[in-house]
Structure formats: structure tokens, C-alpha cells
Design a protein around this ligand. Structure first.
Ligand code: PCA
Length: 325
């Protein structure tokens, strides 16, 4: 390049920067669940929306299936700025702060409608708690209602004794303990193998995860217990968020609102679809018997009380606001 060409090129580059704002940036977005899962599909659309909406100034690239960070590592990765954005099941961090488990209390909110009400009650305190941890909340989407998977017919808690139970947070591990099962924490991305090799023989989850991981290859029964609807949360490193121009923040907020709406809708649609698929692939799919249901509801009372003891006034305020609505 001649000196004159170089000067012109530098001038053009400077004009491009002033015209289009800051230089383009890429944010990697780790997600724990398989690419075909509805949360991951929603996240991919959210990322494309931000990339298009900012004219490519901010490109978000999703990494589903735990390929960049496993589920359990995602929250810390965002907090510490290893990545600027990611999706995480926050109830997996109940041991850090019991409030994170508000969405995994058995039989408190058991329908999409109640899950929304509970979220309305919890959103304020949860957003504050996240802010204290250098995290900015963008959107949250519920999983379908949680039911019980087994490799045999189960009619009572006594039938569950000694089973190896795959857990994904404290509440699921506690449910296993109360039922006399042996909890083993395993990421959703790893469960097909865990069931195939006998490391786990049962779990509580949605039809969605059973379908995503084709659990009919190892398991036989799904009981629609409708125990709770845990949420996935899309979080941004607060410093990265605060460093964005207002216009970029506005685009992200718009895309997040769309994503939450689309995700909620997909979760509802996915419920029937995935339960039908489990049955088509040979599994028993149906409600738990009355005896088992009654026993599980007692565990629900115990676990609600334990959660309220652990969270004190903050937890009580959420439950009260939920009940008052
Ligand atoms: N699937 C996730 C969490 C809740 C759900 O339905 C899992 O099993 O890991």
C-alpha cells in the first residue's frame, strides 16, 4: 500500500467507527441443554435478534449442550467475566443462597399459570440478589412441570427404596433422600449415558428432558406428578451490561422480551408433544397413583417448611405475595 492509500484507508476506517459506533464485539453464550431443546432454540433466536438488531455491532454466539461450560460452571463463568452472557438453571445454586430454589418447591406452583404468578412474586428479590453477585437478569423461561421417571412400575414411596436417583439441584437431591433413594448429581447432557450404564435408574424432570435425551432407551415409566416448574435464566455480567451503550441495551431488552414470550409459549407446546413422544417410544406415561401422590405431597409440606426456614422473611414474603395474588 502506498502512503496515500494507507492514509485514505485509515480515514475510512475511522469514519466507519464514528458512523457505526463501537467496533463489533462477540459474546459467547454458554447453554447447558441440547441444541434441539426449546430453551436452546429460544436462546439461538435471542442471539440472532441481538446480532441483527445491533447491525452486527454485538454478535451473540450460543454454545448449547454444555460445550463451552457445563451447566454447573456457567453462573461463575458469567460472574467472573470469563463470558459475558449465558443461561443457567439457578435452582442449581441453592446451596449458595436458598432463595435460588424458590422455583423448585414441590407442589407450591404446579401449572404454567401458577409458575408465572410465583415468578412475579420472586422476580424483584431475585434480581436484587443477582445484582449483588455482579449479574444482570435478562429473561427467564420455565421448564414443563416435573414428573418422575423410573425403570419399573412404582406405586408407593416404599417401591423407590434404594434406587439410584439422578438429581439436578438440592431440591431433587432432598426429594431422593426423603424417598429413601440415593441421589447422584448429573448434568442433563450426561444422563443418557448414566441411565444406559446404570449409574442412575430414576429422576425427576420434565417430558422435555426425557425426550431430548431419549430416556426410553433405558427407562420405562413417567409419572406426571406436576411437582414444580423450575426456570432457566439468561444472565449477563453486570459490568459488561453497564458498559454497553443505551441503544444496545434497548435492543437486548427488546430481544429478551420476545425470547421470554416465545420461550413460555414453546414450553407449553412442548409439554404435550414430548409426553406423546415418550409414550410413542414405548414408555408408560400417566398420573401417579393416589397413594404415591399423597406420600409425595407430604414431602412437599416438609420441603416447603425447610425452604421457609432457610430463607426466613425473604422466602416468606415471596410465598405470601404468591398466595395473595
Ligand atoms: N430438565 C432439566 C431441569 C428441569 C427439566 O425439566 C434437567 O433435567 O436437567
Amino acid at each position: 500500500m502506498s502512503k496515500t492509500t494507507k492514509t485514505i484507508a485509515a480515514g475510512l476506517a475511522a469514519t466507519a467507527l464514528t458512523t457505526f459506533g463501537a467496533a463489533a464485539e462477540t459474546w459467547d453464550m454458554p447453554m447447558a441443554y441440547s441444541a434441539t431443546n426449546f430453551h436452546s432454540a429460544t436462546g439461538a433466536e435471542f442471539a440472532a435478534c441481538v446480532t441483527a438488531g445491533t447491525g452486527g455491532d454485538l454478535e451473540i454466539v450460543t454454545h448449547p449442550g454444555g460445550s463451552l461450560f457445563a451447566g454447573g460452571e456457567i453462573k461463575r463463568a458469567i460472574q467472573t467475566g470469563q463470558v459475558n452472557i449465558g443461561e443457567r438453571l439457578l435452582s442449581g445454586h441453592q446451596n449458595e443462597n436458598a432463595l435460588f430454589g424458590f422455583d423448585s418447591i414441590p407442589f407450591l406452583a404446579t401449572s404454567f399459570e401458577d409458575s408465572e404468578k410465583l415468578w412475579d412474586a420472586a422476580k424483584g428479590p431475585l434480581t436484587e440478589l443477582l445484582a449483588e453477585q455482579n449479574l444482570h437478569l435478562l429473561y427467564a423461561v420455565p421448564w414443563p412441570a416435573q414428573g418422575l421417571y423410573f425403570n419399573k412400575e412404582i406405586n408407593s414411596v416404599a417401591d423407590m427404596a434404594g434406587l439410584k436417583f439422578r438429581s439436578y439441584n438440592n431440591a431433587t437431591a432432598r426429594l431422593a433422600e426423603l424417598s429413601g433413594m440415593l441421589p447422584v448429581q448429573i448434568e442433563a447432557a450426561e444422563i443418557s449415558q448414566a441411565f444406559a450404564t446404570g449409574v442412575a435408574e430414576s429422576m425427576v424432570s420434565s417430558g422435555s428432558t426425557g425426550y431430548d435425551r431419549q430416556v426410553w432407551e433405558s427407562l420405562t415409566h413417567f409419572y406426571e406428578v406436576d411437582a414444580w416448574l423450575p426456570r432457566n435464566y439468561v444472565l449477563v455480567n453486570a459490568e459488561a451490561w453497564n458498559g454497553l451503550e443505551e441503544g444496545t441495551q434497548n435492543v437486548i431488552n427488546g430481544c429478551a422480551t420476545l425470547a421470554e414470550y416465545a420461550g413460555d409459549w414453546r414450553s407449553v407446546q412442548y409439554t404435550d408433544f414430548t409426553l406423546t413422544e415418550l409414550a410413542k417410544n414405548g414408555m408408560f406415561v400417566g398420573p401417579a397413583g393416589d397413594g404415591l401422590t399423597a406420600e409425595l405431597k407430604e414431602f412437599g409440606v416438609t420441603m416447603t417448611n425447610e425452604w421457609l426456614e432457610n430463607t426466613g422473611d425473604a422466602g416468606q414474603a415471596i410465598v405470601d405475595a404468591f398466595n395473595a395474588d
